[in-house]
Design a protein around this ligand. Structure first.
Ligand code: ADP
Ligand code: MG
Length: 327
């Protein structure tokens, strides 16, 4: 296993400040504390070369998990091993093994040009020149960094900066890559090239990647395995197909408008029990489960009724994820 986390938990203690002068005076005397259980009992094992999508709503505990796995935060409970070592105890060794990108925060030096930043990283990580050159050439070319390589980081657009960030995180050939919202705020073009790059790195270099994102397309295109977290607890760990089949029932629907008034909609006997009909006059929505094929359903309908504006919806990931939280 490249990543082994068991019973991982993190509490944050927040010191509440009283409001107003009296409140301030009170909190000076006796500060009130509140504990946030940001992550509770998370178990996560990842094998070499896996790419796992870590998803959940805001405040679910994703970033906190990644910070514990990458050695930035000490867990309140539980243990972490990355490439067999405790990332907090062996910080330098761990830094050689992992790369990380945090979409909300830069890891680069604001005032240095991109190319100098890369060179500084080469010296910090002691990257052999030949390796370094090969990586820089490949990344610059693939991510189109050449055009802004001489500009200081602070002058870059978000899209340019994120491309530089991900390249920087991989210069030392880490075995593990943590990506925390790497595509947040990016426009579609940059998102697509970031995705392609992540896919390529995972495939060609067998880098183990843990990715958090709000972008469901990132997940659908990149991750075979998905871990869903909410309120600090893992609610699902498995494949996209399993996620869809377990939580997507009732999330499939066919909607249409009838061209004529009909008293009742009837469907073939064999579909009984696998659908529900919602209807308002000529507007009809049929929700169905995985036992009913949308095209069979439409064929059956068309044989009996005249329809227009047919809209077929498969399970939407958003809905599926919501369903995981509900259950
Ligand atoms: N430094 C911190 N101090 C106090 N609470 C925090 C801190 N960082 C995160 N939290 C809280 O911990 C919970 C999990 O946050 P986070 O891991 O950032 O979630 P996510 O990345 O899934 O949005 C949230 O309730 C958040 O408000
Ligand atoms: Mg986060």
């Amino acid at each position: 296993m490249v990543i082994e986390a068991s019973g991982l938990a993190k509490d944050y203690v927040i010191h509440l400040k009283g409001k107003g002068l009296m409140g301030m005076a009170k909190s000076l005397l006796r500060s009130e504390k509140k504990v946030v259980h940001a992550v509770q009992d998370v178990n996560l094992n990842m094998e070499e070369g896996e790419l796992v999508g870590y998803i959940g709503p805001n405040g679910a505990g994703k970033s906190t998990t990644i910070k514990m796995l990458s050695g930035i935060l000490t867990p309140t409970k539980g243990s972490v091993r990355v490439c067999g070592i405790d990332p907090q105890k062996k910080r330098i060794q761990n830094a050689m093994n992992v790369g990380a990108v945090f979409g909300q925060k830069t890891q680069l030096w604001w005032d240095l040009p991109v190319r100098e930043t890369f060179d500084l990283l080469r010296r910090m990580y002691n990257i052999p020149m030949e390796r370094y050159k090969r990586n820089v050439d490949e990344f610059m070319d693939y991510l189109d960094i050449g055009a802004f390589a001489e500009q200081p980081v602070r002058q870059l657009s978000l899209g340019q900066r994120m491309r530089a960030e991900i390249a920087a995180s991989l210069l030392h050939d880490p075995k593990v890559l943590f990506l925390d919202e790497p595509t947040i705020g990016l426009d579609v073009n940059v998102k697509v090239s970031m995705r392609e790059f992540v896919k390529k790195i995972n495939k060609e270099r067998n880098v183990t990647i843990l990715l958090t994102t709000h972008d469901l397309q990132d997940i659908e295109e990149l991750a075979k395995r998905i871990v869903v977290i909410n309120h600090g607890q893992v609610g699902f760990d498995g494949s996209m197909e399993e996620l869809a089949s377990k939580y997507a029932d009732g999330k499939r629907s066919v909607s249409f408008t009838l061209q004529q008034d009909v008293p009742e909609i009837t469907l073939p006997e064999k579909m009984a029990g696998h659908y529900t009909i919602e209807r308002e006059g000529r507007q009809v929505k049929i929700r169905h489960d995985g036992h009913v094929n949308a095209s069979d359903l439409i064929v059956a309908l068309i044989q009996k009724y005249r329809l227009k504006d047919i809209d077929i919806r498969g399970p939407q990931i958003e809905d599926v994820v919501m369903e995981v939280y509900r259950s």
